[in-house]
Design a protein around this ligand. Structure first.
Ligand SMILES: [Zn+2]
Length: 372
């Protein structure tokens, strides 16, 4: 969902992006407000006015979501976290904050400020609707609608399931009480998954009764469920890699292959025959790049006889070497951020080893299976 997004603004130095999926929800909101809700509630309004107010309200709903996410981001930044950007998408907004908070109290502040800002906005829109009552009935109605929607946003986000704000609040409290972040996350994401299944069940019931907007609840529940499960995984991965260094993860043996080798030959002669997994790609005497098993797997089978190793390798220019002492969590994050599969480990200009994404994943799997 986040591959191609449009950058639309920059506020307090934070990039504001719009994911294409946002257009769907924006259209749905405008349509249900301008085409259904306002005409039903205010039949005396002309159609065009209802649509205009629908559009305006819808725009302000997303401005409100943006304020909510900005509040998270600003508190996070004040606590020294790096905020990458904010993206509006199908299900609202998400602030990309580089790291998990390091102390429970910080997480509490970072999480609670979102719902609080929604409630403050609700209050402001309510006052505005009172204030505008005489001047303009339609604007007053739009403001009242925004007050209700923001209240709903605040309440929904306070549901105590991780990774929603309320779930983060719950986690921070459990974390403070037990001193164990992993355990706190496990409980909060279990509650999160419980809430997600409840939402899905409610949605299904609605659909069975002929209310098709119930599908929306099913969808939100499904999204939350995977986010809760994934959020816990991330915490596990982080805690498994804590204190693990590049030198513990790297492969020290690697074969050399020519850049012109076909992938088929690489698979047949090197991977299957010699059980190698990491390859230095050479052109003559010169290193051109690195290839791992992942790169091969990402290439469609029918292309293997034609494609060359040089087509799928990570070229030398994109490889950024780390030292044997570099932190494992940092490596995993940078592989994900750069969308590459391998990183060379160098010390004083000498190649010590290579870390592939599979090495990292294997290490994590092994350690969690052994319950370490
Ligand atoms: Zn929030």
């Amino acid at each position: 969902m986040f591959k191609h997004k449009w950058r639309v603004a920059r506020i307090f130095g934070i990039n504001i992006n719009i994911d294409p999926s946002w257009l769907i929800i924006f259209f749905l909101f405008t349509w249900s407000l301008g085409g259904q809700f306002f005409p039903a509630r205010y039949p005396e309004w002309p159609r065009s006015l209802a649509w205009l107010m629908g559009l305006l309200t819808s725009l302000l709903v997303f401005a409100s979501v943006l304020v909510h996410e900005l509040s998270h981001s600003l508190v996070a930044r004040q606590q020294g976290e790096k905020v990458n950007d904010i993206t509006l998408f199908l299900l609202g907004g998400v602030a990309q904050i580089n790291d998990e908070p390091k102390k429970p109290l910080r997480e509490f502040g970072m999480a609670i400020v979102g719902p609080l800002s929604s409630f403050v906005l609700a209050g402001l829109f309510f006052l505005l609707s009172v204030f505008l009552h005489r001047a303009s009935a339609p604007l007053s109605a739009a403001a009242l609608t925004l007050a209700v929607i923001n209240t709903g946003l605040g309440v929904f986000n306070l549901l105590p399931g991780f990774p929603m704000d309320g779930g983060r609040v719950l986690r921070s409290i459990l974390w403070q009480a037990t001193g164990d972040m992993r355990k706190a996350t496990r409980i909060a994401s279990a509650v999160g998954q419980g809430i997600a299944f409840l939402l899905m069940a409610l949605g299904f019931l609605q659909v069975l009764r002929g209310v098709f907007s119930g599908l929306w609840l099913v969808f939100i529940g499904w999204f939350l469920q995977s986010a809760a499960a994934h959020g816990y995984e991330q915490v596990v991965v982080r805690s498994v890699l804590q204190g693990v260094k590049a030198k513990d993860l790297m492969s020290k043996t690697f074969a050399t292959v020519p850049a012109s080798l076909t992938i088929q030959a690489l698979v047949d002669d090197f991977i299957l025959e010699r059980k190698d997994r990491v390859f230095m790609v050479m052109e003559g005497e010169e290193l051109r790049g690195i290839v791992c098993l992942e790169d091969v797997k990402a290439t469609p089978r029918q292309d293997w006889p034609r494609s060359r190793v040089r087509d799928i390798m990570t070229p030398k220019e994109r490889l950024e070497a780390v030292s044997p002492e570099t932190d494992g969590q940092l490596i995993l994050r940078s592989l994900a951020a750069k969308d590459i599969n391998q990183v060379p480990v160098m010390e004083s200009g000498r190649l010590e080893g290579i870390i592939c994404r599979t090495d990292l994943l294997r290490y994590i799997k092994l350690k969690t299976e052994l319950g370490l």
